[in-house]
Design a protein around this ligand. Structure first.
Ligand SMILES: [Mn+2]
Length: 355
């Protein structure tokens, strides 16, 4: 059993077991990236089950536990666990589908199934703080992302569509070290910039537009996340003023973030600046989120979150102002929480660029 699994297994008592099915969680505990498989564990034992398509690939990567080839994962796993005296089985309530739960129930054979959130809470808590290897992968993903930003900056000509810009950026990043994109890129120009999660459209860049690019890479299973807003040709005084407010809010949060603050306090750092400037209602999303194997994971920099930030967590800082029908600005960096502050993993410039 590897160190990560050993740590997870400490919450299991005698007669208890857990099954990890979700892709992200399986990757975290096995380093094996596949869309099918089942990891089971008790306090003292564990095993990985996959099907014929993945058995050989899994055995190459997973060398610290037995990999078995299965056909009916649920019934076969229950049988293995029952043979070890298991009577209670924890499942992932956040990702288990209704169909999977039905299969488990049908094959439970006297084993009590527990979907009360315990397992996801334990795993989520463990995944928050990144170790050196994870941080290295995130840094590599961010390096590819920043190369992509430099590349695309010189190619943002008037007349290009948002779709074309997003595709060009994606192709460049995948040719230069990204295993895949971290999420569907956002390229939102002009009035589309007021939609925080705009989908790239056929709209063409025009002089006087803001263009918001939100993008990231996946490298060795870990992601990066970054947003920059640039101006095409020229900006109005109001656009410049809004840009400066968002940048001031982002810098205030970067300056104040540190271990021990709650997620809500982290959110306040940025939100306060935007509210004081009179744009509070135009900043409707939370200030940031954890990044790792998933693009959105714990912790959250959001109002109402009283969980404390811990050293080694990766979070984004991404305040924005969105003015319906007109334009929007968002600036996003990714940071690692330290004892007395945070280390910014993003080094791309963010003073207003007018291209
Ligand atoms: Mn983000």
């Amino acid at each position: 059993m590897n160190a990560r699994l050993q740590k997870l297994a400490t919450f299991l008592k005698e007669g208890e077991a857990a099954v990890v099915l979700s892709e992200s969680n399986r990757l975290y505990y096995t380093d094996f990236d596949a869309d099918s498989g089942l990891l089971w564990l008790t306090a003292t034992s564990c095993g990985f089950v996959t099907d014929f398509r993945y058995t050989e690939a899994a055995r190459r990567v997973i060398t610290d536990m037995e990999v078995t080839e299965g056909k009916r994962f649920f019934s076969e796993t229950i049988a293995v666990l029952k043979a070890q005296g298991v009577t209670r089985l924890y499942l992932e309530d956040e990702t288990l589908t209704v169909v999977q739960r039905r299969h488990f129930l049908r094959n439970a054979d006297g084993v009590e199934l527990v979907c009360d959130g315990t397992l996801c809470r334990e795993i989520g808590h463990q995944r928050r703080v990144k170790d050196a290897g994870e941080l290295r992968r995130i840094r590599r993903a961010q390096a590819v992302t920043e190369e992509g930003f430099s590349y695309i900056l010189s190619r943002l000509q008037v007349g290009r569509t948002e779709k074309d810009v997003a595709l060009d950026l994606e192709m460049y990043m995948r040719r230069n070290g990204a295993d895949r994109v971290a999420f569907d890129f956002i390229a939102a120009s002009g009035e589309n910039g007021a939609l925080p999660h705009a989908v790239p459209s056929d709209r063409r860049l025009q002089t006087g537009d803001f263009l918001t690019l939100d993008f990231g890479a996946t490298v060795d299973g870990y992601r990066s996340d970054m947003t920059r807003t640039v101006a095409i040709g020229s900006v109005s005084d109001e656009m410049k003023a809004v840009y400066d407010i968002v940048l001031a809010a982002q810098r205030a949060c970067l300056d104040g973030l540190r271990a021990g603050l709650s997620g809500a306090e982290g959110d306040r750092l940025a939100r306060e600046v935007i509210e004081r400037a009179g744009y509070g209602a135009a900043f409707g999303h939370s200030t940031g989120h954890g990044v790792g194997i998933d693009i959105h994971e714990l912790p959250r920099l959001s109002s109402g979150n009283d969980e404390r930030l811990m050293i080694g967590e990766i979070v984004t800082v991404e305040p924005g102002i969105y003015l319906e029908g007109r334009f929007g600005v968002r600036i996003e960096d990714m940071v690692c929480i330290t004892a007395d502050g945070c280390e910014n993993l993003t080094s791309a410039p963010k003073d207003l660029l007018i291209l």
